[in-house]
Design a binder for this molecule. Structure first.
Ligand SMILES: C[S@@+](CC[C@H](N)C(=O)[O-])C[C@H]1O[C@@H](n2cnc3c(N)ncnc32)[C@H](O)[C@@H]1O
Length: 206
């Protein structure tokens, strides 16, 4: 059977869900903290997280923040739901949704964030445009991801392994400047999300 990009991604993350926190929890933790700090969510705000996955970012949001998490994979969301119960976070609400078609009105959030998500979607530009659409004027859009290196040697390596990575549910050849340009965004701030700067957190103002 031929699966669309979205169907394939959903299946991959359904499979990952049971072991996701074990593999990608502590190993990718620093970026989540850096990116949520950059977003700086306040307890009275309404924040969208796209590709919330198993909700590993939730402890970084101050209690009382109205977080709305969406994800393609229902199994990832099930793990997230259990975590929310354990943490007593009734301030977080979850929806199964494709980030390329957000089912929210425009300007309905104070901010939107995507963590390790831009390299998992087929159309990262469209996801960014959707995040911008649902955030109010003056609100923040933050995304954190691995981006293709500026170093030519590493960039070649990243392009080389990207087809393999795609089978595993992500790509390694996403470039930041063209992404920003295509989404009509300028970075108000960029922070290194790990000691080597392999991952970056980017903030834009809507
Ligand atoms: C690498 S995981 C990151 C999860 C979480 N943000 C974290 O920090 O661990 C990528 C997540 O994006 C979700 N995803 C992929 N494509 C998506 C799409 N088009 N719309 C919504 N979620 C998507 C996947 O199901 C997965 O949960």
């Amino acid at each position: 059977v031929h699966l669309s990009y979205t169907e394939y991604t959903e299946r991959v993350y359904n499979l990952y869900s049971a072991v996701y926190d074990f593999i990608f929890g502590p190993s990718l933790e620093s970026g989540r903290k850096v990116a949520v700090d950059l977003l700086n969510p306040r307890p009275y705000e309404r924040i969208l997280e796209v590709g919330v996955g198993t909700g590993l970012s939730i402890p970084y949001f101050p209690r009382g923040t109205a977080v709305v998490g969406v994800d393609l994979s229902k199994k990832m969301l099930e793990v997230c739901e259990r975590k929310l119960e354990k943490l007593g976070r009734s301030d977080v609400e979850l929806h199964a949704m494709d980030a390329t078609h957000l089912d929210f009105p425009e300007a309905s959030f104070d901010g939107a964030i995507a963590l390790y998500c831009m390299s998992c979607v087929e159309k990262p530009v469209q996801v960014l445009l959707e995040m911008k659409r649902v955030v109010r004027p003056g609100g923040r859009v933050v995304f954190m991801n691995h981006f293709q290196s500026q170093n030519r040697f590493f960039a070649l390596l990243e392009k080389g392994i990207s087809p393999l990575a795609k089978r595993l549910g992500f790509r390694t050849d996403l470039e930041l400047p063209p992404l920003l340009r295509a989404a009509g965004m300028t970075a108000a701030e960029i922070r290194k999300a790990d000691p080597f700067g392999l991952y970056k957190a980017v903030k834009g103002i809507v």
